[in-house]
Design a protein around this ligand. Structure first.
Ligand code: DSN
Length: 429
């Protein structure tokens, strides 16, 4: 697959193989990451990257769009079918681009928006002073209840009544519980606000019906396609027919130029995979794995925010363990386990230090790991987190991680081609 790259640019080739090797021989537990199929990968690397296609299928500003029209229409039709949406825009380059386009379709600069506090699980693009969302809109925030650590709807309603936002944004990037979209819509209706639901993290769970869909309750739904949905790195917007024109115009010409047709084609392939029984089984296993991991981590004395998980991720509060998220992230990485430090609700630490780590199961579940492996991994994580400075423990865990990874191979054909059989082999140049 990469033989020509090897010939033309050995430096990039080595970095590419290095990254494939890193993915294959470490435990990828960043909740927002996943491993795409060979079909998605081939499509994302196809000559469709060469094509300019501003506009929409059948209404382009360039000639020669007959084939890219096919793939964009497939994304629109498949996404409509999967999510029960009236309208789909297939072009956002990412989740944040989707949010920008949705805000600018429905809002005017300076309007009030109400989103979830970032350190309670929200997202930068849901209204944060350092982000465009906080610079161009007047941002207000809701969060979780201090005791239950779940969304505080009474507080949300109180804030919404006081602030009178034009849009309420729900959806999260670090919230382990199912989101009650119906209740969000009730609050939005009570104050005359639009509801935007960002399902970037849980799109796969929603697609197969494991979590309730926000589509019937939202004016607009945005998502990424590369997390639980396991597609290429990109975004999608779903909306009601009423807002279809405004959304399409806001994506192009409002906020983006030429759509990435190779990525749109890969989104079509991803959605075809989403429609299979195998994908439904996969989503169920993601949640089963997360629940098992959460249970075992709790048994090993680690406190989980809200006490557990309903989805693909959990947040570990490390304050009782006496270490910060930053230290835990670094120690786990040395032991071959990749997670990210994450603030917890009411965190006394700054985001770059953080009191927690966020752990997710989508990528490991793609490799075929199940509850038994989650038990083993919980044990590994606990050993490292309880002794982050113990080099012997980290080395032992690293060896165990390598053994486990060898039993669940990933992108083996690429590594074989590069002459890489194990974690310490270098690609042959
Ligand atoms: N960076 C993504 C995440 O990790 O959740 C959100 O944009």
């Amino acid at each position: 697959m990469y033989l020509e790259l090897k010939r033309v640019d050995p430096e990039v080739y080595k970095a590419v193989v290095g990254e494939i090797k890193r993915q294959a021989f470490t435990l990828e537990m960043i909740a927002s990451e996943n491993f795409v199929s060979r079909a998605v990968l081939e499509t994302a690397g196809s000559p469709l990257t060469n094509k300019y296609a501003e506009g929409l299928p059948g209404k382009r500003y360039y000639g020669g769009c007959q084939f890219v029209d096919i793939v964009e229409n497939l994304v629109r039709e498949r996404a409509k079918q999967i999510f029960g949406a009236e309208h789909v825009n297939a072009q956002p380059h990412s989740g944040t681009q989707a949010n920008i386009a949705a805000y600018l379709a429905l809002l005017d600069i300076g309007d009030r928006i109400l989103g979830m506090n970032l350190s309670h699980g929200g997202h930068l693009s849901h209204g944060h002073p350092v982000n465009f969302s906080g610079k161009y809109f007047e941002v207000h925030q809701y969060g979780v209840d201090r005791e239950s650590e779940t969304i505080d709807f009474d507080e949300l309603l109180k804030i919404a009544k006081k602030v009178k936002p034009k849009m309420i944004i729900c959806g999260a990037s670090a919230y382990p519980r199912e989101i009650d979209f119906e209740r969000f819509r009730e609050v939005a209706d009570e104050v005359g606000a639009y509801l935007l639901s960002d399902i970037a993290h849980i799109a796969g769970l929603v697609a197969v019906g494991l979590h309730k869909s926000p589509v019937p309750y939202s004016h607009v739904v945005t998502t990424t396609t590369h997390k639980t949905l396991r597609g290429p790195r990109a975004g999608l917007i779903l909306c009601t027919e009423e807002h279809a024109k405004a959304i399409d115009k806001s994506v192009f010409p409002g906020n983006q130029g030429g759509p990435l047709m190779h990525i749109i084609a890969a989104k079509a392939v991803c959605l075809k995979e989403v429609m299979t029984d195998e994908f439904k089984k996969y989503q169920k296993q993601i949640v089963a794995n997360a629940k098992e991991l959460a249970k075992k981590l709790s048994e090993k004395g680690l406190r989980l925010v809200s006490g557990g998980t309903d989805n693909h991720l959990m947040l570990v509060d490390l304050r009782d363990a006496g270490i910060t998220g930053k230290v835990a992230e670094e120690a786990l990485e040395e032991a071959g386990i990749t997670v990210n430090k994450n603030t917890i609700p009411f965190d006394p630490e700054k985001p770059f230090i953080a009191s927690g780590i966020r752990i997710g199961t989508p990528a490991l579940t793609t490799r075929g790991m199940k509850e038994k492996e989650m038990d083993t991994i919980a044990d590994m994580i606990a050993r490292v987190v309880h002794s982050p400075d113990d080099e012997k423990i980290k080395k032992q865990v690293l060896d165990e991680v390598h053994d486990l990874c060898m039993r669940f191979p990933l992108y083996k054909e690429f590594l074989d081609e590069a002459g890489v059989k194990g974690p310490y082999d270098e690609p042959v140049i």
